[in-house]
Design a protein around this ligand. Structure first.
Ligand SMILES: C[S@@+](CC[C@H](N)C(=O)[O-])C[C@H]1O[C@@H](n2cnc3c(N)ncnc32)[C@H](O)[C@@H]1O
Length: 288
């Protein structure tokens, strides 16, 4: 990898050529990517130019990445990162296949869903793939500044600005599927029940709430001990944008998960899929 200054010079030269010599500009942006494989500026320029190197040409989704996306930074800074752009984009694809497998197992195929709420969508790691599968049927919510504007402008999703106060969350409609990936894995345990209560109001009768939690065995293998209530909360996360007291890292026992679901909706989860998502996240399904 070359210096930041070298990469910046390539990008500057490319920017100067974009209007009159787009293919030459693309060549320089691609050279900048070889310098710095995590350069969102060079990547986004290649996507906008629809250059031969653009991921959108073969992934057939909008591959623009928002520079504020902390999940992208998580990929870029990961110890095994080699090509963070490709790893980030294809990880959203992985989520799509993982969710589809769960829904197929339940005989509720994703493609048959008329309305889906992707709650805690971030800057659209997964959304870009979901909207391709379900055009016009996806609504997204998040709290991160700029996230819902990006999701709407780039992916055409309907959006809802979320809040840290679940009691004040109002959903404009109900959805056949409410999908929440890796939010409960960050919420303080005291916020689980209020959020489950709020999210339950967003599910249509007969619909599904699918959310992910950290796998209990994985946590124990990492040497983590649980408090008497079955939780282990750490006040730190991948996100510098969110206060660590409202968004940390949350490990839980299966019993805690079931108690929270039961306390919020009056019964246990209808299905539970260990290791369904990410490195060690289980999928919890509540049928309404
Ligand atoms: C680990 S990220 C996962 C993002 C996305 N689901 C994905 O898989 O790429 C967790 C997300 O939860 C969001 N979040 C945290 N608290 C939230 C809240 N109260 N309402 C909506 N989203 C929230 C964060 O802003 C962040 O985007």
């Amino acid at each position: 990898m070359k210096t930041n200054a070298h990469t910046a010079a390539l990008i500057e030269s490319a920017d100067a050529l974009v209007a009159n010599a787009p293919m030459e500009a693309a060549r320089l942006y691609a050279a900048a990517m070889l310098d710095d494989p995590a350069s969102i500026t060079a990547h986004n320029a290649l996507e906008t130019l629809k250059a031969p190197q653009a991921y959108g040409r073969w992934m057939h989704v909008n591959c623009l990445i928002d520079p504020r996306d902390d999940i992208f930074k998580f990929f870029a800074n990961h110890e095994i990162a080699k090509n963070p752009i490709r790893e980030y984009l294809s990880d959203g694809w992985r989520t799509l296949s993982e969710l589809m497998v769960i829904l197929e197992t339940l005989d509720k195929p994703l493609l048959k869903m008329h309305s889906v709420l992707e709650f805690a969508a971030g800057f659209g790691r997964f959304t870009r793939h979901l909207v391709r599968a379900l055009p016009g049927r996806v609504t997204c919510a998040d709290v991160l500044p700029g996230s819902i504007e990006f999701l709407q402008a780039q992916f055409g999703a309907k959006t809802i600005l979320s809040t840290h106060k679940p009691g004040s969350m109002i959903f404009p409609e109900q959805y056949e599927l409410v999908f929440v990936l890796s939010m409960f894995t960050h919420l303080p345990p005291s916020m689980w029940r209020p959020w489950l209560l709020a999210l339950a109001t967003a599910v249509k009768p007969g619909g599904l709430l699918v959310f992910s939690v950290c796998n209990e065995t994985s946590a124990r293998e990492m040497g983590l001990a649980f408090a008497a209530d079955g939780t282990h909360f750490i006040s730190s996360s991948e996100s510098p944008s969110l206060d660590a007291d409202v968004y940390g890292t949350t490990y839980t026992t299966r019993q805690f998960v079931e108690e929270q679901v039961e306390g919020a909706v009056g019964r246990r989860s209808s299905h539970y899929f260990p290791y369904a998502f990410w490195v060690g996240q289980d999928a919890v399904v509540v049928q309404f």
